[in-house]
Design a protein around this ligand. Sequence first.
Ligand code: HEM
Length: 269
Amino acid sequence: MLKTSFHLYPKGKGMRVNGFDLLGDGIFNIDGDGWKFQRQVSSHEFNTRSLRKFVEHVVDVELTDRLVPILASSAATRTTVLDFQDILQRFAFDNICKIAFGYDPAYLMPSLPEAIFATAFEEAVFITTGRIRTNLPMIWKLKRLLNIGSEKRLRIAVGVVREFANKVTKEKKLELEQKSSLDSVDLLSRFLSSGHSDEKFVADIAGPRVCLGKEMAFLQMKRVVAGVLRRFRVVPAADDLVDPVYVSSFTAKMKGGFPVRIEVRNEIK
Ligand code: HEM
């Protein structure tokens, strides 16, 4: 249906109004020619061989230098309970920042530093999802008008997200101007430039709005499964009788995280 009657299913005005404060005129929140243009530019960039190689490199470094050592030290103490959801979010977040901005927020560190930007982004996404789900949009509109409650929190969160984006862009611009020879910066400039590759627009298999990051997401999942489960057993630490509670947002979550204990697999070297 999405493939053959795509034009009949735009995101629509409602989604646009609900999502605008967070997503603006970005690809997730726009229809028509504006979407077509962004889609063409982005899908071209997402499909270059240099980006694919860079993604593999970034994910492998994050896995080897950060994820595996953290799991290994957790396994050494035996009693430590890790929130695996938080760990994997930090992993994915470091990766996407390095890939998209050539900037390393270093959120997946043994000290588990406060992930200010990631938390603000999560909160903004959660509140925006609430707007979309509600049957009474008047309420959030009124709250926005009065700048109270969830709408006040949304404004603050979006502010943090913007501040982070500006900081990263400024730092990168400076680095590029200084003609740094860092690989990541080199690749970032190639990632941002358009038209250097002769690879064609790749046709989608499930409609024109299919996720552009699908391949990147699968690559991360496969590398985590291969790199982690080969070495460690990830044992849920919650009581067997406790069912995980699903938190519905743009990104699906487990309420309260996913507590696990990490054990080394001795039988596989
Ligand atoms: C497990 C991880 C992921 C899942 C489950 C997922 C899922 C989705 C879904 C369902 C859509 C369609 C949304 C809609 O039409 O409203 C989408 C769109 C999109 N995704 Fe993902 N995604 C994931 C990871 C990523 C990553 C890592 C990136 C970027 C690096 C990404 C970039 C995009 C973009 C740019 C679109 C918009 C496409 C368009 O509107 O033309 N995604 N994703």
